[in-house]
Write a protein that binds this ligand. Structure first.
Ligand code: NAD
Length: 340
């Protein structure tokens, strides 16, 4: 039986990353029936929207999607398609693992952190408006008991299911007393339901410093939307950068897998960027589908190509202009070869 999966190539470097990811996923022998759907800046002219309704309908039907990154205009223009998909489908939990792989030059070897980001509330609810155009603008930060309970429970359930020892709630309750205060209060209440997992909390600014200095003291971080967005990029920087950071957006019955990084538009069509983050997002999708052996083969092959250090993209070489760096497709082909 083939898995029917919605495939959204996205824009910018997205389509070439999805080509590379397909090569690796299909080489596992698991059969896929890709339901390819267009979204992003490139389809605005054709459909009058960057997120045509058929994309959401396809995900609702297939229950699982793999996605390349999608560009969002800065300051003006359409709202983020990525945020809109998560919100429209209530994909409330964003899992972003940052795992050290030998061969990548880093400050701290052995980092293994999972950022669990709330995906539907906070400032990213997008409730904002001009108060006085050009002079003053206002954004509203939504934190609810229901939204906080479910993301913190998700983090503890994830910790239990994956043999993790500690959940840290990240907040700013010293300053944002209403929203941050509610988040921390609810997180503490939920933590009491999980006596087998350690719990602590950190104010977000301190958390940034702790992650840079002592990242190995941390395990699972559960964060409101914006702190999770920022800390997951920080965590990716601890293990080699955005090129190696995968992600999964999970709801009650639907799931969309995509890298942490964006569309890296300056490299569009250059066969240059690292496919690892997108390939490992596909690996997380295989785990979600219960294809554990195929997922482990991909993870091991990615690790061995990176450890060998020969067939890797520019970002994993000692210097950015290393002439021995290979392209996106060549790195994916090396991963396929390493799968044997
Ligand atoms: P970005 O993640 O595209 O790039 C940030 C930096 O990381 C750049 O230097 C880029 O070259 C590098 N980088 C990114 N992916 C890489 C890869 N696979 N290999 C090697 N290097 C890589 O972030 P940005 O420049 O802030 O945003 C570009 C666009 O992407 C924006 O429109 C933004 O809104 C969008 N974005 C989309 C998503 C998504 O699709 N989920 C996520 C974040 C940003």
């Amino acid at each position: 039986m083939a898995y029917r999966v919605t495939l959204i190539p996205g824009d910018g470097t997205g389509p070439e990353l999805i080509t590379a990811t397909r090569k690796v996923l299909e080489a596992t022998g698991v059969a896929f029936d890709w339901d390819i759907r267009e979204a992003g800046a490139d389809v605005m002219d054709k459909y009058g929207t960057p997120l045509p309704e058929d994309v959401l309908e396809s995900i609702r039907t297939n229950k699982v999607a793999l996605k390349g990154p999608i560009t969002t205009p800065l300051g003006t223009g359409f709202r983020s398609v990525n945020v809109a998909i998560r919100k429209a489908l209530d994909l409330y939990a964003n899992i972003r693992p940052a795992l050290y792989m030998p061969g990548i030059p880093v400050c701290h070897e052995g980092v293994d952190i999972v950022v669990i980001r709330e995906n539907t509330e906070g400032l990213y609810a997008g409730i904002e408006h001009d108060v006085i155009p050009g002079e003053a603008a206002e954004s509203i930060r939504i934190i609810t008991r229901k939204g906080t309970e479910r993301i913190v429970r998700f983090a503890f359930d994830y910790a239990r299911a994956n043999g993790r020892r500690l959940v840290t709630a990240v907040h700013k309750s010293n300053i944002l007393k209403a929203t941050g205060g509610l988040y921390l209060k609810v997180a503490r209440e939920v933590a009491e339901e999980y006596p087998d997992i350690e719990f602590n909390d950190r104010i977000v600014d301190n958390m940034c410093m702790q992650l840079v200095q002592r990242p190995k003291e941390y395990d699972v971080l559960v964060c409101p939307n914006m702190w999770g967005d920022i800390l997951s990029d920080l965590a990716s920087g601890l293990v080699g950068g955005l090129g190696v950071a995968p992600g999964a957006n999970i709801g009650e019955s639907l799931a969309v897998f995509e890298p942490v990084h964006g569309s890296a538009p300056k490299y569009t069509g250059m066969n240059k960027v690292n496919p690892t983050a997108n390939i490992l997002s596909g690996m997380l999708m295989l785990r979600h589908l219960g294809e554990i052996e195929a997922a482990e083969r991909i993870q091991a092959a990615v690790a061995s190509v990176i450890e060998e250090g020969k067939n890797v993209t520019y970002d994993l070489k000692p210097t950015r202009d290393d002439p021995t760096a290979v392209g996106t497709q060549e790195m994916a082909e090396a991963i396929v070869e390493a799968m044997g």
